[in-house]
Design a protein around this ligand. Structure first.
Ligand SMILES: [Zn+2]
Length: 261
């Protein structure tokens, strides 16, 4: 997959530690290997070192490995050879996917540093997922896992016949965990997305995992609950030795139709 310049949309070519377009715009590769295509230095929510560390430790327990396997089999069944991951974070899912040509985008630099070090076979880029530096119809699959849906960009970069796989939390995702933190825990709402692609599959997968103290602490640090939990409820969590928690994911598969006959 060829990256394009986010300013003038000409093709980017690698020259040493930089990627340049024919109009002289230049972008740097970080030491870890990701490419910085985003010029602002604003801090991104969810990208502090503690959150990245907690998410990595949590994912390494294997609690979400069943989701990763499910995604891999979906792409294998489709036979796609290229993948664009929009909102890839630490690359836990990206790195495990079967496509040989992979590009992944996120604004979280610390997460990308981790991703690029562990997975040199994917080109990780700091970029908005709403302005993807890729040419039209350049990939036969797109993944968005726990990230906002950039519908227009996904429709633009997919080849006809290509698929978009969307992962969102199921209604019961982490429900037992939320029940400890909140007096009235809510189930995740199921929302439709606005897209011109055709929905071809909509499934729910779930598995329970047992979280010990360390895992509960990582889970707390990596989720938005860290911002909204009253101190006394946090104490309830700290008093637990283990907790059985449901991981539930909704997986939707969309297809870009080939031009109507
Ligand atoms: Zn340019």
């Amino acid at each position: 997959m060829k990256l394009i310049c986010p300013v003038c949309r000409e093709e980017l070519k690698r020259e040493g530690r930089a990627a340049r377009c024919s109009n002289g715009h230049s972008y740097d590769y970080a030491k870890s290997g990701y490419l910085n295509l985003y010029l602002s230095h604003k801090t991104v929510h969810g990208d502090d070192a503690d959150m990245v560390k907690a998410r990595t430790a949590f994912l390494n327990t294997g609690a979400y490995a069943f989701l990763r396997s499910e995604l891999r089999s979906i792409f294998e069944a489709h036979g796609s050879t290229s993948l664009v991951d929009l909102g890839c974070g630490e690359g836990y899912y990206t790195s495990y996917m079967p496509q040989s040509d992979r590009a992944a985008f996120d604004l979280a630099r610390k997460a990308l540093m981790h991703a690029a070090k562990n997975d040199p076979d994917t080109q990780y880029c700091v970029s908005s997922i709403f302005h993807v530096p890729l040419a039209d119809a350049c990939t036969d699959s797109v993944l968005t896992c726990f990230a906002p849906v950039a519908s227009e960009e996904i429709e633009r970069i997919l080849k006809p016949g290509g698929i978009f796989v969307l992962v969102t939390p199921g209604p019961d995702h982490l429900f037992e965990f939320k029940s400890v933190l909140y007096d009235t825990p809510y189930r995740n709402p199921m929302k439709d997305i606005d897209t011109a692609l055709t929905l071809t599959d909509d499934r729910m997968i779930r598995e329970a995992f047992t979280a010990d103290k360390a895992v509960l602490s990582d889970l707390f640090t990596m989720t938005p609950y860290v911002w909204h939990t009253p101190q006394e409820n946090k104490k309830r969590l700290d008093s637990l030795e283990t907790l059985s928690v449901t991981a539930e994911f909704r997986i939707r598969i969309y297809r870009k139709e080939t031009a109507a006959a």
